[in-house]
Design a protein around this ligand. Structure first.
Ligand SMILES: Cc1cc2nc3c(=O)[nH]c(=O)nc-3n(C[C@H](O)[C@H](O)[C@H](O)COP(=O)(O)OP(=O)(O)OC[C@H]3O[C@@H](n4cnc5c(N)ncnc54)[C@H](O)[C@@H]3O)c2cc1C
Length: 373
């Protein structure tokens, strides 16, 4: 994977592909499409198949504080290591070479998992070294974006060695990946730049936690999540994420998200508070692991009314609804479109008004015909 302007990770072909390689890529690449089957689970139009949903938080205050939301992903990972369900965890943390960038790390103890807690709103490629990981003969828990989880799940279905190496797949709701240009824009808004920045945290250390740049002179600059994510980073999300129908990790065993509180109008509040995660068990294995994590005291959970989820995640609800009209515009212009099976695009689109769908159809046409950046 190489960084390409304006700061996205892109695959670079380094050797010829065999017809088998080509066939595997065509079958598993989530950029080309995704297939979801309910297989007896509750299947929500907006949120896909699931076994149960709860809210919760890590019981260790340090993990809850460091985590993006309630630190539940980190707490589950720590439990999986402690209970010897896996030998190590594949996850993403800050790059040692680029303060606003990401690096994939293999964590084998609770301290390493804690170190990698928190969301990083920048490109990541946690599957880039998959072949080497499988060759190690270890069992890994994997954490990645919904597209990473979809690719890994599809490959597990074709390759038993990969399935044995990755017995647990975790993910999080994802509204899309901003480029490094987005991270640089946050630094600029903080009155600094990459040269002066030693370390950068997108959020966490509180809920939602602030975007914090630690400068080489030892001073710190920060801005709220609402300003960094809401006003800057969302403007740098890549095109492919805008036509993603799976922002909620449908291929994972367990998915976490922000369990935002809403105001009277139903809009999420981003006031600092003790962290709380939405916890979605997508599979029977996921539900069992959540129960075991709680039984061993790593997390506390609370009941959750799924009908509240659309108000808690308005951005996700909205994107699910507009994907169909955006894809229709791309089709009309004979641009490549992903193939989605079992993702209820028509039913999701019907939850929007006709004018919303039309606006997104025309908006996508305009963006392709007159790109601004
Ligand atoms: C690009 C992006 C978009 C997101 N969009 C939404 C959204 O629309 N709605 C929502 O509710 N939540 C979203 N989240 C997820 C949210 O920020 C929390 O990660 C989630 O609520 C889980 O919180 P936690 O405290 O349980 O996780 P933590 O305990 O903090 O663990 C987070 C885990 O995610 C891994 N991770 C962090 N960044 C990345 C990355 N870029 N790529 C791969 N793995 C990573 C870390 O290594 C860690 O293992 C997004 C996260 C990212 C990175």
């Amino acid at each position: 994977m190489v960084v390409a302007a304006p700061g996205f990770l892109r695959p670079q072909q380094v050797a010829p592909l065999t017809p088998d390689d080509d066939a595997t890529i065509a079958a598993i690449c989530p950029g080309l499409g995704e297939r979801v089957t309910a297989e007896g689970r509750t299947d929500s139009v907006l949120w896909g198949p699931y076994v149960e949903m709860q809210t919760g938080w890590a019981t260790d205050p340090e993990v809850r504080f460091a985590g993006s939301s309630g630190g539940v992903l980190s707490a589950i990972l720590q439990y999986l290591l402690a209970a010897d369900h896996v030998d190590a965890v594949i996850q993403t943390t800050a790059s040692p070479d680029l303060a606003i960038g990401n690096a994939t790390v293999v964590s084998a103890d609770p301290a390493a998992v804690l170190f990698a807690a928190g969301s990083r709103y920048a490109p990541s490629a946690p599957l880039a070294h998959l072949t080497a990981m499988v060759a190690e003969g270890k069992r890994f828990a994997f954490v990645g974006k919904p597209c990473d989880a979809a690719a890994l799940r599809a490959l597990c279905g074709r390759d038993r060695k990969v399935a044995a190496a990755f017995p647990v797949i975790l993910s999080f709701f994802c509204a899309g990946v901003p480029s490094h240009a987005g991270g640089k824009a946050v630094l600029a808004a903080l009155g600094t730049d990459l040269d002066q920045t030693e370390r950068f945290r997108f959020r966490g250390n509180g809920w939602p936690g602030r975007a914090v740049a630690l400068l080489k002179d030892g001073t710190e600059r920060s801005m709220s999540y609402h300003d960094s994510w809401g006003k800057i980073l969302t403007n740098y999300i890549q095109h492919r994420c805008k036509i993603c129908a799976d922002g909620s990790g449908m291929a994972a065993d367990i998915v976490c998200a922000d369990a935002w509180e809403s105001d009277d109008a139903g809009y999420p509040l981003f006031e600092e508070a003790p962290g709380s995660s939405l916890i979605v068990a997508r599979t029977v294995l996921g539900a069992a692991l959540i129960a075991a994590t709680e039984a061993h005291g790593h997390i506390e959970t609370a009941a959750f009314d799924v009908s509240q989820l659309a108000a808690m995640q308005p951005g996700q609800r909205w994107r699910r609804g507009v994907v169909l009209s955006r894809l229709a515009a791309l089709r009309l212009l004979r641009r490549p479109v992903p193939r989605y099976d079992g993702l209820h695009l028509w039913a999701a689109a019907r939850q929007n008004s006709l004018s919303q769908n039309l606006k997104n159809f025309l908006g996508m046409l305009r963006r392709i015909l007159r790109p601004s950046r």
